[in-house]
Ligand binder design. Structure first.
Ligand SMILES: *[C@@H]1O[C@H](CO)[C@@H](O)[C@H](O)[C@H]1NC(C)=O
Ligand SMILES: *[C@@H]1O[C@H](CO)[C@@H](O)[C@H](O)[C@H]1NC(C)=O
Ligand SMILES: *[C@@H]1O[C@H](CO)[C@@H](O)[C@H](O)[C@H]1NC(C)=O
Ligand SMILES: *[C@@H]1O[C@H](CO)[C@@H](O)[C@H](O)[C@H]1NC(C)=O
Ligand SMILES: *[C@@H]1O[C@H](CO)[C@@H](O)[C@H](O)[C@H]1NC(C)=O
Length: 422
């Protein structure tokens, strides 16, 4: 009996002794992962580790998707720790587009009964489940020890037709309770924030969850979180969890672009206004706004002796690049100022690196496109305009923090030091 007690006590001690090392008892205040651009689709993808045994996989980064989803078709989801999310789970009930599902296929990941489901593309319902997810923690300067989330909820989709080649699904990043930022911060107790820095080249950029600092090389490293300008994220009562900005006006080289103020507000159906998108590459503008911008940009450029040439699809305004100088922040063209809600300094200034697209060695085009008359939002800010800018989404305070172009400080989104420290 005594020896049995001893064995038990020893076992307990061993167990406690191992906890800090194995379970990373020190809670991370932030997480970091790499963002890479997929050349074929031009989408940005992030790396995660998921399942048991852990597998490294890529997900498309999507700030308009409410939850993470992965393909589960063709028995491709293999994990000993998969568990369907019950209909009565708080996470299920907290999501307004969830229901309780029955599946008539063969039982397995993606097909269980009495499971929380979400509606996809209007008609299909997809099972929600929980499994292990692992991401590197970060002190803001490097990745650190891996942080483990034993029960991260995601949707397990039995249809693969939405998947982009080289990825297994999508990392949903809206302000929904099911999206990654809310789930990760709830599990670790850090701030409900994420920051993304989309790279402009092949080297990876960085996605951060949680608290600052956000340090980018060159040494000694600049903490960009201290240089952030903040503007409110606007609520759209129809699409509640997506990120909208309060654009007040647009100026080119100090000249106002005439825009019907109605277009910058939501109507009763949630149309109009300005949204941020990681799906759209080049910022789309409703036709009247596009035409105004193109006109003002062309006339301001003309005063700088920049001549217009034939347009190259999908762009409308293209210019002879031989007359265009170059600067640290890209081609020397008129700056485009997006004046946002806040005070007079709350302006997102877009320089040549983010406004001009080099289509060949003679032609530079204005990297904004005419979205036609039926755009859901009047302005959809795309990834070309966001790359090499740091964007921090603070979901607790509903504010967007943004940096000026990182190129100004001679750094880029690829200058986060991804050498892991332990
Ligand atoms: C399903 O999996 C099998 C075996 O791994 C593979 O040969 C087949 O091509 C897959 N089918 C599809 C549609 O992915
Ligand atoms: C779910 O329940 C239905 C009817 O109650 C049954 O036909 C079906 O096989 C079950 N599905 C699974 C995956 O067990
Ligand atoms: C544009 O070109 C004209 C004629 O060559 C010259 O007089 C003027 O100074 C130039 N303007 C700028 C802004 O370079
Ligand atoms: C403008 O806002 C910034 C931060 O949003 C603040 O630091 C600054 O003091 C404000 N300036 C004025 C004049 O209110
Ligand atoms: C990146 O971080 C590692 C680990 O802290 C450090 O040894 C290395 O010098 C850093 N690289 C640069 C370029 O600063």
């Amino acid at each position: 009996m005594a020896s049995l007690h001893l064995v038990l006590i020893t076992a307990v001690i061993i167990c406690f002794c191992h906890l800090p090392a194995n379970a990373s008892q020190r809670r991370p205040r932030a997480l970091v992962t790499q963002i890479t651009q997929d050349p074929a689709s031009q989408r940005y993808t992030v790396e995660i580790r998921q399942r048991t045994p852990l597998r490294i996989q890529r997900l498309v980064l999507d700030i308009e998707e409410d939850y993470m989803w992965v393909r589960c078709d063709n028995k491709s989801y293999i994990s000993s720790t998969y568990s369907p999310l019950g209909c009565s789970a708080q996470l299920c009930k907290s999501y307004q587009y969830s229901g309780c599902g029955t599946c008539y296929g063969s039982r397995g990941p993606g097909c269980n009964n009495n499971t929380c489901v979400v509606a996809v593309q209007g008609s299909r319902s997809v099972e929600l489940a929980q499994d292990v997810l692992v991401l590197p923690s970060s002190d803001g300067s490097n990745p650190g020890p891996l942080a483990r989330f034993p029960q991260l909820a995601f949707a397990c989709d039995l249809s693969s037709n939405r998947v982009i080649s080289g990825t297994v699904g999508v990392a949903g990043m809206t302000s929904s309770t099911l999206a990654l930022p809310s789930q990760l911060s709830a599990a670790e107790g850090f701030s409900r924030k994420f920051a993304m820095c989309l790279p402009s080249g092949n080297a990876p950029g960085a996605l951060f969850f949680g608290d600052e600092p956000l340090v980018f090389l060159p040494p000694p490293g600049r903490d960009l979180s201290s240089q952030i300008i903040r503007t409110p994220l606007i609520k759209n009562s129809v699409y509640t969890d997506v990120f909208y900005l309060g654009v007040q006006r647009i100026e080119v080289g100090g000249v106002n672009v005439a825009i019907d103020a109605e277009k910058l507000r939501f109507d009763k159906d949630g149309r109009g206004g300005t949204k941020l998108s990681t799906v759209v590459r080049y910022t789309q503008l409703a036709s009247p706004i596009y035409n105004s911008l193109e006109g003002v940009f062309t006339s301001v450029a003309k005063k700088m002796n920049i001549t217009r040439v034939a347009s190259v699809s999908p762009f409308g305004a293209c210019f002879d690049s031989s007359g265009v100088g170059s600067t640290r922040v890209g081609p020397a063209v008129p700056t485009i100022d997006i004046v946002l809600q806040g005070n007079s300094t709350t302006t997102w200034r877009i320089f040549g690196a983010n406004s001009m697209v080099r289509v060949n060695n003679k032609v530079l085009c204005l990297g904004f496109v005419d979205g036609g008359d039926n755009l859901q939002q009047s302005i959809v800010i795309g990834t070309y305009q966001m790359q090499d800018n740091l964007l921090q989404f603070d979901l607790a305070t509903s504010t967007l923090g943004f940096s000026s172009s990182l190129l100004f400080g001679q750094t880029t989104c690829s200058n986060f030091n991804f050498t892991a420290t332990s």
